[in-house]
Write a protein that binds this ligand. Structure first.
Ligand SMILES: *Cc1c(COP(=O)(O)O)cnc(C)c1O
Length: 488
């Protein structure tokens, strides 16, 4: 399987690349992204075959059908990273919360957010590919709280890879910050930045674009890669859990094989939703993908009207911070798939130059064949959290945005899968507030919720508060480069 470019080829880069090339150097011609030339088919035979498979078996067979240039033993070791999940045999539990509504819990991994689903195996493959080639890579991430911990965790102590992670000081939950600043390995650097997430991300972009930073990296023989969801190496693992969740509904007798389901995805950068789209396209019986957002509802606008306009928008900080995004990178892959490279390049050019683009009526109809969308406010989210806590199910504020989509967007009485993207422990002060207790800090919120809602706090969260802080650097934006060069 070769990979091609969403904005076409510039004549300098190869017109198609292997998987390993696409994940090590994820930036394509004209600022585009890599996508697979085709998808493996998820026919009934494949689905039937895996009705009784463990997650890892399903994953390996799917990867095998994708035909990527990664040796089987490396893929096996990569999916063995799921052994670090709560239940290695069953890393993604699917739990019924309504007669026709099931929650696929994607957060049972090392850092308690769904980022582990892809970053764990992907991190292993990327490191091994770098080692194979004898090349050294730097991965830089700006995080609002979930990507950072998951990226550090997957790459810690891996040869040939260094990771630098920037987070906004005061912009993450205590648990998220502790997950980063207590992560002790020589190849990791964590830097707090004075400012908000936008400032942090902006500072990172400037640094990555700076010529003398590139020269400094060259002089040290270090190449740049990326671990955010522009990297297809993450997307490939985000198709698998949608297949698993469907099979789980069959196993739980909620559907018979072949019957369709709705999928509700709480979305930001659209990686999770893109995985669902690819699974649907490859043949998984999906009626529609329902996109849930918070009040940064650019995706709702886009899917409902075809207009993507951020020219008059300011990012609003919400209680579902992982979805506080205005430029959603993976919609580009959907547009490429539906409208082709030339049109995608045109639309992305409009977005870069005017902060706006608009689909034609025909294109909008095509988009709405697969997607529909709505958004929730923080208050609506808190009501959902409180209502389900009453029934004995605790969910995080990102997952809570799904319920409105579930209630309002379905056109048919079809069973529905909601994706739960974080454990409540990562956003405990919000959950505590929703349940009626304004907590002083995460520690207070964790113990209050745990006691009042009778849920346990996993050991890896509890132990964070006793671990020594190894990364105590907090700098002004201007000083990031100096810190980075010191580290390298
Ligand atoms: C990253 C994240 C999201 C958004 O996922 P995308 O794939 O970027 O759309 C939603 N919820 C949580 C908790 C996350 O960490």
């Amino acid at each position: 399987m070769q990979f091609i470019e969403t904005r076409g080829n510039d004549g300098k880069k190869p017109s198609s690349v292997s998987f390993s090339e696409a994940i090590l150097s994820p930036s394509a011609s004209f600022g585009g992204l890599y996508v697979p030339e085709s998808l493996p088919e998820l026919d009934k035979g494949f689905l039937e075959k895996h009705l009784s498979s463990h997650y890892k078996t399903l994953a390996l067979d799917f990867l095998d059908r994708f035909g990527i240039d990664i040796p089987t033993n490396v893929l096996e070791a990569a999916v063995n990273r799921y052994d670090g999940f709560d239940d290695p045999e069953f890393p993604v539990p699917v739990v019924q919360i309504e007669e026709d509504c099931f929650v696929s819990e994607l957060y049972h991994g090392q850092t308690r957010a769904f980022k582990d689903m892809a970053l764990q195996p992907f991190g292993y493959i990327l490191s091994r590919s770098a080692q194979e080639r004898g090349e050294n890579y730097l991965i830089m991430a700006a995080t609002s709280g979930d990507t950072g911990p998951a990226t550090l965790e997957t790459f810690k102590n891996q040869d040939n890879i260094k990771v630098a992670c920037l987070y906004p000081e005061g912009g993450t939950s205590d648990v998220q910050r502790l997950q980063m600043v207590t992560e002790d390995a020589g190849n990791l650097k964590v830097i707090g930045v004075k400012g908000n997430f936008d400032d942090t991300q902006h500072a990172l972009k400037e640094l990555l674009a700076s010529e003398d930073f590139k020269k400094e990296l060259d002089a040290r023989g270090i190449k740049l890669s990326a671990a955010n969801s522009v990297n297809f190496g993450r997307i490939i693992f985000q198709i698998i859990y949608h297949i698993h969740s469907y099979l789980e509904l069959v196993r739980q007798h909620a559907v018979v094989m072949g019957e369709k389901v709705y999928m509700v995805v709480p979305s930001g950068n659209f990686g999770n939703a893109l995985g669902a789209y690819y699974a649907k396209k490859a043949g998984l019986p999906v009626e529609k993908i329902l996109i849930a957002s918070n009040i940064n509802n650019i995706l709702t606008d886009w899917i409902n009207t075809g207009v993507y306009d951020i020219s008059e928008r300011e990012l609003i900080l919400t209680e579902s911070p992982a979805m506080d995004i205005l430029k959603s990178s993976n919609i580009e892959r959907v547009m490429f798939d539906k409208f082709g490279a030339e049109r995608t390049r045109e639309l992305m050019k409009d977005l870069n130059e005017t902060n706006r683009f608009e689909l034609t009526q025909e294109e909008l109809v095509s988009l709405q064949k697969d997607f529909t969308a709505t958004f929730s406010s923080d208050e609506e989210g808190e009501e959902v959290i409180a209502a389900y806590a009453q029934k004995g199910y605790i969910m995080d504020p990102h997952t809570a945005t799904c319920l409105k989509a579930y209630r309002n967007l379905r056109e048919k009485a079809v069973p529905t899968i909601l994706y739960s993207t974080a454990e409540w422990t990562k956003f405990s002060t919000t959950v505590s507030k929703a349940l009626g207790h304004e907590a002083k800090n995460d520690m207070d919120a964790l113990s209050w919720v745990s006691e009042h809602a009778h849920v346990t706090v996993p050991a890896m969260i509890k132990s964070l508060f006793a671990k020594p802080v190894v990364h105590d650097v907090v700098v002004e934006k201007e000083d990031i480069k100096g810190e980075m060069l010191n580290f390298l």
